[in-house]
Design a protein around this ligand. Sequence first.
Ligand code: AMP
Length: 310
Amino acid sequence: MTVGLVPTMGALHEGHLSLIRQAAGENDKVFVTIYVNPTQFGVNEDLDSYPKTWDRDMQLLHQLDEHLTRGDVSAVFAPTTKTMYPMLPPDSTLPGKGSFVNITPLANLLEGKSRPVFFRGVATVCMKLFNIVQPERVYFGQKDVQQTVIIKRMVKDFHLDTQVRIVPTEREQDGLAMSSRNVYLGERRRKVGIVLRKALLAAQEAFRIGKTSREEILAAAWEVTNRMSMEQDTMVPEQRARFEVDYLSLADPETLEEVALVDAQQGAVLSGAIKMLPLEVVRDGEAHGVGGDKVPVRLIDNVILSGTGG
Ligand code: AMP
């Protein structure tokens, strides 16, 4: 009997379901965990307001389970914080008190620069979940590429007896990567939010036609974000949705160190993060996101530039 583990924070969407489908195809049993882990949220981050949709999540899991041809969703593990942190209460300060898994320098790069405790929290909670469930395989989404690299490193470095499986990113029709946080985006911010995907695709296209230098590849992405940003700047506050680019990165797939040139064999990870700023003026009649489009929303996405090494 084999078990596939799918760790989530709930507020399930098609991205989560695709992980579960793949896990069911490769294992007899799927364990889904739903736990909003406090230690991966910084003190000023959205822990308390993180979307919680328990009834709908259960409904989605039941529906999915009925249509699985192999395997089944055998358990949903939604532990309390006392179960996950039995000795000391969860601490998301630095250095903080408690038992932590630190995967450095990976955890300090990219997302880690603006979210310094994030990957310590992720690695710690995943280690706990892996130890509790002891799965043959664990499933993570390509959307969170840095997370996939860190989990693979943790499994190797700690000799964990599980196989890490990565599942492609599920997208909305226009290409926006699905995310539980997309509910915060009303119509206006939602439309502009596609800029990151467009920028990454432009950079991928530059690579496809033969560019291999960092400057040339990233320039294609920056051109898209700069253009879209200027377009918004020229609009009136009633109509625009402004954003900031946090980073656009071209990095080594294993170390996530920035590269000057894409190695033909290794390939590279092209990734980015933008912050959709709160709307300056909301109009009556337009469709608002949860929180009335007053919440800044960070969007991340990535594209793999494949090398010949596979
Ligand atoms: P979260 O609940 O956001 O922590 O995500 C739980 C798992 O689902 C993580 O492994 C994510 O990478 C994965 N995931 C989230 N969004 C997507 C998506 N759009 N496509 C594929 N996997 C996703």
